[in-house]
Write a protein that binds this ligand. Structure first.
Ligand code: HEM
Length: 476
């Protein structure tokens, strides 16, 4: 049996306790308790732990109180829902009754504006069909070439290393994924504006994450260093996108070459398209949503393959027989089932988007608990993917569960589910699977002496503390 993940956030689920009843009369400033959960003083005492690692805290309260946990917060009433049917109901069955007006998405919108990821239902309904053409088949076809460019650069970097040198695989995956999404968006002739845009997006995101970690954040108009950094980065973003759009609009492409051309050309039946500021918001959203997520998934896949060398050898065999060392093509994607299963199992254990939030528009019942209208609903793919009622031996890295059809995909939500499911899901699979298989064909990755799976830190995505140092050995 492959080794288990060794992460502090995931305690053995044998410790998971069934739901208890809320204490009678428990209420928070007039908001009645409808589900068990911590009391105010307990949560206050846990404050620094919550700030240090919110995911670990969610894991603890789930184990303590069960599948629906109510926090002692009156406005809005706030619940963690990890009941598999309840999660499905929020995202799929009754998805229309849940919107995105939550702190999580409002903070992200400081960077992404009203792009597709954070847009609440009404603006989203108009935007989604206009954005969809950017993810059509041709985009995925071109993507394969961009993945190969990134892979060849990684090969060149790693081949130049002295024997026995460790590389930071996390940094390599971050760089590779940024290159891929940048090329997909702006074509291969990356201008200085495109590079500046990507850097400014990441700088702005840093501030947003830092803000989420402090209890009180001064309003945006207060000139704190963080606010100034955020405003500077957003100004830079706006300028770079505006210049790129002006250049493209001056000479529109006859045949769209990249995702930016597709966004600029997109229109509905009435001929209306996305406004300039909407295109800006989607471009930034794609960088935010499509860079660190894929990189994080790939990093954890390599960490898990380092901890499970037999699976890595099987992956190498698959790559040798399908790719045989040549660059991957789009048709190879469907012929690499083990690479796909490894990517899926990594997404199960280390889902990059570890938190999904919603605001309920009407009263509902989730996991047998009444949920009032206006509640904050916290879902965590990380916790759902470890639910012992769904996943056998949830802590173990077993890609085979995805090959044998034993995996319950209804409780597998790394890309969300329902109406608001990730629009970049196929993009991520093509990139992730081809990148894993191509690299496995050329290099063997192992932990240096004494190395192990890094600790996971939940930031915008789940990140490895201290990066991922690994030894890379050329197999050819
Ligand atoms: C492994 C990689 C990825 C993961 C784990 C991931 C995860 C997610 C999740 C969980 C959601 C739903 C959030 C919610 O329901 O609140 C989402 C939405 C979204 N993702 Fe991804 N994503 C990935 C890759 C990408 C890529 C490559 C792109 C674009 C290039 C992208 C663009 C988006 C957009 C635009 C949305 C909003 C869709 C909508 O609401 O209509 N994602 N993603």
């Amino acid at each position: 049996m492959p080794t288990a993940t060794s992460d502090d956030t995931s305690r053995p689920m044998s410790e998971h306790r069934p739901a208890s009843d809320p204490e009678p009369g428990r209420a928070f400033l007039g908001t009645p308790a409808t589900a068990p959960g911590p009391l105010g003083p307990q949560m206050l005492r846990a404050f620094s732990a919550i700030r240090a690692n919110p995911l670990e805290y969610l894991s603890t309260v789930w184990q303590e109180y069960g599948d629906v946990v109510q926090f002692p917060i009156p406005r809005p009433p706030s619940y963690l829902v990890n009941d598999p049917d309840g999660v499905r109901r929020v995202l799929v069955g009754n998805g229309r009754a849940y919107g995105k007006s939550t702190i999580q998405y409002r903070s992200l919108s400081l960077v992404t504006g009203e792009g597709l990821l954070v847009a609440d239902t009404e603006p989203w309904r108009r935007q989604r069909p206009l954005v969809q053409p950017a993810f059509h088949h041709e985009t995925l076809d071109h993507l394969v070439g961009h993945v190969d460019t990134a892979v060849q650069r990684i090969f060149a970097d790693w081949e130049g290393l002295p024997p026995g040198a460790a590389v930071d695989v996390d940094a390599a995956m971050m760089h590779g994924a940024l290159e891929v999404v940048g090329h997909a968006l702006f074509g291969t002739d990356l201008s200085a504006d495109a590079a500046r845009l990507a850097t400014a997006t990441l700088a702005a995101l840093d501030v947003v994450v830092a803000r989420a970690r402090v209890p009180v954040t001064p309003p945006g108009w207060v000139p704190t260093p963080a606010n100034r950094k955020l405003q500077g980065a957003v100004r830079e973003l706006d300028d770079a996108v505006r210049r790129m759009m002006t250049a493209r609009r001056r000479e529109p492409a006859e045949v769209p070459k990249d995702m930016l051309d597709l966004l600029l050309a997109s229109h509905d039946d009435t001929g209306a398209g996305l406004t300039s500021s909407e295109v800006r918001d989607q471009v930034v959203t794609f960088i935010v949503a499509g860079h660190e997520t894929v990189a994080s998934a790939l990093t954890w896949a390599w960490a898990l393959l380092g901890a499970n060398p037999q699976v890595q050898r099987d992956l190498q065999d698959e790559s040798d027989s399908v790719l045989g060392g040549r660059p991957a093509t789009f048709s190879d994607y469907g012929r690499l089932p083990l690479a796909r299963a490894v990517f899926d199992e990594s997404l199960r254990l280390y889902p990059p988007a570890w938190l999904i939030t919603r605001r309920s528009r009407e009263a509902d019942v989730l996991g047998g608990r009444e949920i009032p209208a206006g509640s904050l609903i916290i879902l965590s793919p990380w916790l759902l993917h470890r639910h012992p009622a769904v996943w056998a031996d949830p802590e173990s890295f077993t890609p085979d569960r995805f090959l044998s059809g034993r995996a319950d995909r209804t409780a597998f939500i790394p890309f969300g589910a329902g109406l608001r499911q990730c629009i970049g899901k196929d993009f991520a699979y093509v990139e992730g699977v081809l990148m894993l298989s191509s690299i496995a064909g050329r290099f063997h990755l192992s932990f240096p002496e004494g190395g192990r799976l890094p600790r996971a830190e939940p930031l915008v995505t789940v990140r490895p503390v201290g990066g991922l140092p690994m030894l890379v050995t050329n197999r050819t």
